[in-house]
Design a protein around this ligand. Sequence first.
Ligand code: ADP
Ligand code: MG
Length: 363
Amino acid sequence: PKEKEPPKIRRLAESVVNRIAAGEVIQRPVSAVKELVENSLDAGSSSINVVVKDGGLKLIQVSDDGHGIRYEDLPILCERHTTSKLSTFEDLQSIKSMGFRGEALASMTYVGHVTVTTITKGQLHGYRASYKDGVLEHEPKACAAVKGTQIMVGTRKLWFAIKLVENLFYNMAARRKTLQNSADDYPKIVDLLSRFAIHHTHVSFSCRKHGAARADVHSVGVPSRIDAIRSVYGVSVAQNLMNIEASDDDPSSSIFKMDGLISNFNFVAKKITMVLFINDRLVEWTALKRSLEVVYSATLPKASKPFIYMSITLPAEHVDVNVHPTKREVSILNQEIIIEKIQSVVETKLRNSNDTRTFQEQT
Ligand code: ADP
Ligand code: MG
């Protein structure tokens, strides 16, 4: 074959760089909702309300009653890499907040129009500011506000901008295709809010379609997790759950603690639901999920699509949340040991409950 000339290397325009980055953080409307809700949680909110129009393509609105945003910070709020949560690289090791990268709001402004209304404690009025491509469009305007922050991400330009970048640089046909009917993101958004609602039981969440009278997720901030699960996932889930707990065998070198609720032999579903929080962060841990599926199919074949809620705590330095821009997958130190331990605790629990049932049925 004929030898090719090396192609010339050029520097990408900053606007292109920012859009590519935006596409990584905000992959779909549901990722925008996740970032906004996590910001509300980071702001110490006790009530978080989400409104969505057209599956998030037309409008995403998240309102909270958290600490609000200072007036002086509004000019840089939506610039890339501006954050109140991280200052040194070392802070990353012990970060407790959901966010830390200062990229979410910026990303949203590259793909849509962001309007922020916020008020801080002790102020008589709030401010409204709007942003595009990372910058404040004009001076924030004084406005009436109750408590906390409301962020609106509007317009369909949003997802088309991302698509454009993909067309130019990647060949992600699958993602382009799924984005074309993003209207189906609403169920994903409901699912996301349901998960948050059963973990953060002290926070009340709601999620509704724009203009709808009824909320599709509505939790009232009750202390009991079972009650939260009942109000979000329904009675049939709540009445078939068992408590589960696990920790290291050697408490002196305590690496991890898990507590949760798992479904019993009565619970039949079409697919597995695994709600997992590690250090209060909603994450996916595919290896753990698979290993628990295996235990269920082996122990309770008829109830092999379980509902599982687990909250795991680990020393912050054992969890790397920085492996992906969406912070969805995490990387965990000693993951095999932890999975094995959880697997064995679940197996024992299922066997015991199954034996009790068999015994009850015989007597
Ligand atoms: P990060 O969460 O990684 O810091 P974001 O782009 O999501 O970055 O948010 C930037 C900053 O804006 C946050 O660090 C926080 O100070 C502020 N902020 C965003 N949303 C809210 C909110 N709902 N309430 C209070 N402050 C907020
Ligand atoms: Mg954030």
